[in-house]
Design a protein around this ligand. Structure first.
Ligand SMILES: Cc1ncc(COP(=O)(O)O)c(C=O)c1O
Length: 397
């Protein structure tokens, strides 16, 4: 391997949400014996690709941090990446730049729905999908995912009948998570087409959050929703960024790609009303470097993450009552503790107080998450092994 994912980095004291807020949020101290391990918020305990560090260093060398402008090189880097990796040929003018994807979700809701109107989400799902409608006084219409036995164990599938019902119940916008966080599904083209067909039938706007689109394991193919058919592209806003793939969440750049000019103008108006004009200069520089020079790093990262994914599966799969869902994408494993027979508080106590691990609580992902936890395995393998040993220890016997 050309890149190093094994070295343990000391993130405590680096203004890291994941490590420096672990104790206040989960009561798990990062120091002590044993020291706590942060396995919650979705960033990685790895350094970003060297090209990104070089781009930041080059900026620092100029000492110039003024307003960014004429970011054509970002247009080029992005369009080339999407075309090369995803077969999606976009025009740069379709792209709206925001501080992050979660900002985009909030602004889309403001732009396209009114008070009390319905936003369809498919829980369990990334918590801001539930919070963004609530923060804006909109109604959350749930279309809970169903669990079924797949070729590699339990997996989520969509409930199309209930989706149609929620469209009839007044859903105006559907927020899709593709690939899915926390379940790790890479939705098949047929699944996406069926979902889109229903949304189109009821004139529901689709917001397709594809931020995990570059973290897909071998044997699975990510389909960008907007590439399926022109009429789907016309009713879809695609949210992406380089931040998840290359571990740049602090660089504050999220993108909404909107092909339909009318939808784009409306969203842009809402952005301007919120005072959002210039993107982050650091975000631009970092993602240009990542898109142009980061693919070899990404490939090695995926190989490393795949090893971690297998480890989680093999080891937790042997513990009575614990069911990890094998992700097809992302560095997150959704773990179901229902069959341990323990109530939620006992599961959390075992993980946090006995094992000293901070995992995301399943309940924050909405319906279906109550007795589950989400584990972030993007860390050096030795750290992961230590965490798995602790889980096995506190749940065995
Ligand atoms: C599905 C999904 N969307 C958005 C985000 C966050 O993106 P951003 O940092 O750009 O708001 C995450 C982070 O985990 C995510 O999983």
């Amino acid at each position: 391997m050309q890149y190093d994912f094994d070295t343990r980095l000391h993130r405590l004291g680096t203004r890291s949400e994941k490590w420096d807020e672990m104790e206040t949020r989960y009561g798990v101290p990062a120091t002590g014996d044993p020291a706590g391990i942060a396995m919650w918020v979705a960033d990685m305990d790895f350094k970003s690709p060297p090209a990104v560090n070089e781009a930041v260093a080059a900026m620092a060398q100029t000492g110039l941090y003024g307003y960014p402008g004429a970011w054509h090189d970002h247009d080029e880097a992005l369009t080339s990446w999407l075309s090369r990796r995803h077969g999606w040929n976009i025009h740069p003018q379709w792209v709206l730049r925001m501080p992050n994807v979660v900002t985009a979700l909030h602004l889309i809701i403001q732009a396209f729905t009114g008070p009390d109107e319905g936003i369809i989400v498919q829980p369990p799902v990334y918590p801001p999908f539930l919070l963004a409608p609530q923060n804006n006084g909109r109604k959350v219409l749930e279309n809970p995912l169903r669990r079924e036995e797949g070729p590699d164990g339990p997996r989520f599938v969509m409930d199309y009948d209930n989706l149609e019902e929620q469209c009839r119940n007044g859903g105006k916008v559907l927020i899709l998570c593709s690939p899915h966080n926390p379940g790790g599904r890479v939705w098949h083209k047929e699944e996406l087409s069926r979902l889109a067909e229903i949304c189109l039938k009821y004139d529901v706007l689709i917001v397709s959050d594809e931020i995990h689109h570059d973290l897909v394991y071998e044997g699975h193919t990510h389909t960008m929703l907007a590439t399926i058919a022109p009429e789907i592209a016309d009713r879809t806003i695609t949210c992406i960024s380089a931040t998840k793939t290359f571990n740049l969440a602090g660089s504050m750049l999220g993108l909404a790609v909107v092909q339909n000019a009318g939808l784009r103008a409306r969203l842009q108006k809402t952005m301007h009303a919120a005072g959002l004009f210039d993107p982050s200069a650091f975000g631009l520089a970092m993602s240009i470097a990542a898109y142009n020079h980061g693919d070899a790093w990404r490939k090695e990262l995926l190989t490393y993450l795949d090893g971690n994914r297998q480890l989680v599966q093999q080891q937790l799969g042997t513990v009575n009552g614990i069911e990890p869902m094998r992700p097809e994408a992302t560095y997150l494993t959704w773990i179901d503790f229902e069959k341990t027979g323990l109530p939620k508080d006992a599961i959390i106590r075992k993980l946090q107080q006995e094992a000293r691990l901070a995992l995301n609580h399943g309940a924050t992902f909405g319906t279906g998450g109550e007795l589950c936890m989400r584990l972030n395995f993007a860390c050096p393998r030795s750290v992961l092994q230590e965490a798995l040993d602790r889980i096995i220890n506190v749940f065995s016997g």
